[in-house]
Design a protein around this ligand. Structure first.
Ligand code: NAG
Length: 229
């Protein structure tokens, strides 16, 4: 039993080491477009491409051109006005299917990170891309910042391919405690004290009465003795 649990654990561990837990390998191409002017109907312009050669290993290549002078000015203004930078990711999968994801970050965070950003690509069990999210490599919480324009030259993007996890492990202890608490509040708490602990208040008077009555009636005891003889 213990041995079985141990082996299963090892297998899961191997599954994690050797290429994650998606069923099939494949590739994906992501065309990145961004909106550099804050608007209700953002206009997306070409930013670059990410090719994920293998979804299993997460091997990817990023192609991005340096930003034009006009784009740098737009991005600087977006940051200074505390607006959001929006990214549109158009994913083309191995089977030719296309899906679009939009993600946004605060432009000033992106600017303050010197355009170091992180693209997280999540897969489901069949290896299908289910989310593409942009994050920034810095944790600075800015409120509009003017960043020198020469810092906004070129994106340096890390791509992470995320495989489905084995779901969050349910927290059974807290759950059990919660159930017990609810039961207690409803007065349904299970009484597992011993018989004596539960009924001492009935047993003690009976014992006292027996002791008292045998003390008040020594004849009975004597009779008993006679009978035994
Ligand atoms: C990205 O791919 C598209 C379509 O294949 C192409 O038109 C575009 O020039 C590419 N962009 C870069 C920066 O390589």
């Amino acid at each position: 039993m213990l041995m079985k649990g141990y082996c299963l654990c090892l297998l899961l561990q191997f599954g994690r080491i050797f290429g994650g837990n998606i069923e099939y390998d494949g590739w994906a191409n992501i065309n990145l477009q961004h909106a550099l002017i804050a608007s209700e109907n953002p206009v997306f312009t070409e930013r670059g491409n990410v090719t994920i050669q293998s979804l299993q290993t997460g091997l990817s290549t990023v192609y991005q051109k340096p930003l034009s002078q006009t784009d740098r000015v737009k991005l600087r203004d977006l940051a200074a006005n505390n607006e959001f930078y929006q990214l549109k990711s158009i994913v083309t999968a191995s089977d030719g299917s296309e899906s679009v994801f939009i993600s946004s970050v605060k432009a000033c965070m992106l600017a303050e990170s010197d355009l170091n950003d992180i693209l997280s690509v999540s897969l489901d069990y069949s290896g299908k891309v289910v989310t593409v999210t942009l994050a920034v490599a810095s944790t600075a919480t800015c409120e509009g910042a003017v960043v020198p324009i020469d810092k906004l030259k070129e994106f340096s993007t890390s791509v992470y391919v995320r495989h489905p996890e084995n779901g969050p492990v349910p927290d059974t202890i807290t759950y059990t405690q919660k159930l017990e608490k609810q039961a207690k509040e409803k007065g349904e708490v299970k009484d597992n004290r011993s018989f004596l602990a539960k009924y001492w208040m009935y047993i003690v008077p009976v014992v006292i009465i027996m002791v008292l009555s045998s003390a008040a009636n020594p004849d009975g005891a004597a009779t008993g003795n006679n009978a035994a003889r």
